[in-house]
Design a protein around this ligand. Structure first.
Ligand SMILES: COc1ccc(Nc2ncnc(-c3cccnc3Nc3cc(NC(=O)c4cccc(C(F)(F)F)c4)ccc3C)n2)cc1
Length: 302
């Protein structure tokens, strides 16, 4: 019917994805449907496949936002969309497979935090990825170690498994539920006017600061506190900092302090952070390749 929204050009219609792709495994049960490992029959390329049953036009619009974000923000530091299908009442998203998985699982498997040189490299790559998203008016809104993927050759990619990312252009807000509070910026909790203003992308910069503490200590600050109490504490208390500052460089501590400023107007942009001495021109991936090697040895032990 003519009322149907303009069809999303990034989604292939009425083609059976399993003609081109073969499902070769499961990647655990996600919040939205389940996620599989798939392989392209022709090219051998690996993908993470998410199938979502579409029950309404609104569902389709919601997931179209996600597909449009990925189709628009094509960059080595943002997880890539191979292709998307609408078939058999389901949306099929084939995402480039990142072989080493998410950084929170790596730290949990190895039962240790990242070293400062590993944090410097990952932080640099995350700032480049955030700059790409923010330049496309996309706010991630759930930056944390669990949404940072690593490929086997040490590439760092921003992902969003909770799918809270919001495309300010379409002002379509993803599900209104509050995500995990530990990484949440003060203004996001208070719903201050700054939420929907040119500063709302600054929330990702605060979450980046919290994520750097998570990389250094395996957990974000206040992790053992009840989530509701955390919301109040983030509002009231001074910004968190590293438990053992003497273990870390002055530059690292200074970088975190720059991200964890409560007033979003005073927080730097991702582009400005890329000029900070802690990460400026830092592209040495050797320390993260060691981490991936250790992590693969650890998990292949079973
Ligand atoms: C041992 O465990 C693992 C786990 C994951 C992996 N590798 C991997 N590589 C790529 N994707 C995934 C993945 C895992 C679970 C759920 N979803 C995954 N990818 C995925 C991501 C998305 N969407 C986004 O990441 C996304 C959505 C909105 C915005 C954004 C962003 F703002 F970051 F660009 C990103 C959509 C569909 C899929 C299948 N997992 C390898 C081993």
């Amino acid at each position: 019917n003519h009322k149907k929204g303009q069809w999303n050009k990034n989604i292939k219609k009425d083609i059976d994805p399993l003609q081109q792709w073969e499902i070769i495994g499961e990647l655990g049960d996600g919040a939205f449907g389940s996620v599989y490992k798939a392989q392209n029959k022709e090219t051998g390329v690996l993908a993470a496949l998410k199938q979502v049953t579409i029950n309404s036009e609104e569902d389709l619009e919601d997931f179209s936002v996600e597909i449009n974000i990925l189709a628009e923000c094509v960059h080595r530091n943002v997880v890539g969309l191979h292709e998307a299908f609408f078939f058999d009442g389901k949306l099929w998203m084939f995402i480039e497979f990142c072989g080493a998985g998410a950084l929170d699982s790596i730290m949990v498997d190895l039962e240790k935090p990242l070293t400062e040189s590993q944090i410097r490299y990952v932080c640099h790559e995350m700032c480049v990825g955030l700059d790409v998203l923010h330049r496309h008016h996309v706010i991630h809104r759930d930056i944390k170690a669990g949404n940072v993927l690593l490929t086997m050759d040490g590439e760092v990619k921003l992902a969003d498994f909770g799918v809270s990312a919001k495309n300010t252009q379409t002002h379509q807000r993803r599900d209104t539920f509050i995500g995990t509070p530990y990484w949440m910026a003060p203004e996001v909790i208070l719903c201050e006017t700054l939420k929907d203003t040119p500063y709302d992308f600054k929330a990702d910069i605060w979450s980046l600061g919290i994520t750097l503490i998570e990389f250094a200590q395996i957990e974000p600050p206040n992790k053992d506190m009840h989530p509701m109490r955390v919301l109040i504490k983030i509002q009231k208390a001074d910004p968190p900092s590293l438990d053992q500052p003497s273990k870390w460089s002055k530059q690292f501590i200074n970088f975190i302090n720059k991200c964890l400023v409560k007033d979003p107007k005073q927080r730097p942009t991702a582009a400005e952070l890329l000029e900070h001495p802690f990460i400026k021109d830092y592209t040495d991936k050797s320390s993260i390749l060691d981490l991936i090697y250790e992590s693969q040895k650890e998990t292949s032990r079973y």
